[in-house]
Design a protein around this ligand. Structure first.
Ligand SMILES: Nc1ncnc2c1ncn2[C@@H]1O[C@H](COP(=O)(O)OP(=O)(O)OP(=O)(O)O)[C@@H](O)[C@H]1O
Ligand SMILES: [Mg+2]
Length: 255
């Protein structure tokens, strides 16, 4: 199922040569008051890749996504996007630059309709200009949402809410989509459906970083993965090697 071929539609989005990472994180540390959550994380995402982040509860995966999307500032180290240092760029400006963060826990606005939830994703001027077209793209990708455009998002099933959360992230027209545990709390059949949608998103040329506790599913759609442990990168490899790795199998697959 996984492929290591970067999507050609996306290779042109990198500034400079095709060898320029879309995202480069170097030595990032982060704290919550005096609690250190990240201890010098270094990783990269190439254009067109799907990169998985795996690791136990509390390892720092969500914190890392927050630092990348500008929701949280790193205490040290740097984040580069398309070759430019964005370490001090706030979240709303990161969205405008093309980084969209779908947070954990299917965060939809429950008392707004599906249509309103999607529209809110297109708040940058670039995204607003093509709102109608992106709405149509989302409905092509998630036909089930089309039947529920006027339904309050809080009344959708868990799987449908996750699709709204992803579709809202895509409304911002990202180059890099950060997905935090898209399968959390969903039944296995719905998990498969969400992962199928993620594959379809990839076909549109969007690069992704996915945090997953569902290690097999996460790695099967990813090109490469990083194992995060207590705020550090413990292992990095191709997904197929990680799936074969003894430590990964023992710690995360119970094998
Ligand atoms: N808002 C916060 N205030 C204080 N500490 C926090 C906060 N958010 C996270 N932490 C702490 O930072 C560390 C990393 O948390 P983080 O949420 O990044 O982990 P995670 O890998 O995403 O875990 P999970 O798999 O459970 O979602 C944990 O020790 C956590 O308790
Ligand atoms: Mg988390």
């Amino acid at each position: 199922m996984s492929t290591t071929t970067p999507n050609p539609a996306n290779t042109g989005t990198a500034v400079g040569s095709a060898a320029t990472p879309l995202l480069q994180v170097d030595g990032v540390t982060a704290f919550y008051r005096d609690l250190q959550a990240l201890f010098g994380i270094t990783l990269k995402v190439m254009p067109g890749e799907i990169v998985a982040l795996i690791g136990a509860n509390g390892a720092g995966k969500t914190t890392l996504l927050r630092v990348i999307s500008g929701v949280k500032q790193a205490a040290a180290g740097s984040v580069k996007f398309e070759g430019a240092d964005v370490s001090r760029v706030p979240a709303h400006r990161m969205v405008a630059r093309g980084v969209s963060h779908v947070p954990e826990g299917r965060q939809v606005f429950p008392f707004l309709t599906v249509r309103e939830n999607l529209s809110l994703g297109a708040y940058t001027s670039r995204a607003r200009a093509s709102m109608k077209q992106s709405m149509e793209e989302q409905l092509a990708l998630f036909p089930r949402l089309g039947e529920r455009m006027n339904q309050l998002a809080g009344t959708l099933s868990g799987g449908e809410q996750q699709m709204v959360a992803i579709a809202r992230g895509l409304m911002a027209k990202p180059k890099l989509l950060l997905l935090d545990e898209p399968s959390l709390g969903l039944a296995p059949k719905i998990v498969d459906e969400v992962f199928d949608k993620i594959q379809s998103v990839r076909q549109t040329g969007i690069t992704m970083m996915i945090v997953e506790q569902n290690v097999v599913s996460g790695l099967s759609i990813a090109d490469r993965g990083y194992v995060i442990q207590t705020g550090t990168v413990l292992l990095e490899d191709t997904s197929s090697n990680l799936l074969k790795n003894e430590m990964v199998r023992a710690a995360y697959l119970g094998l």
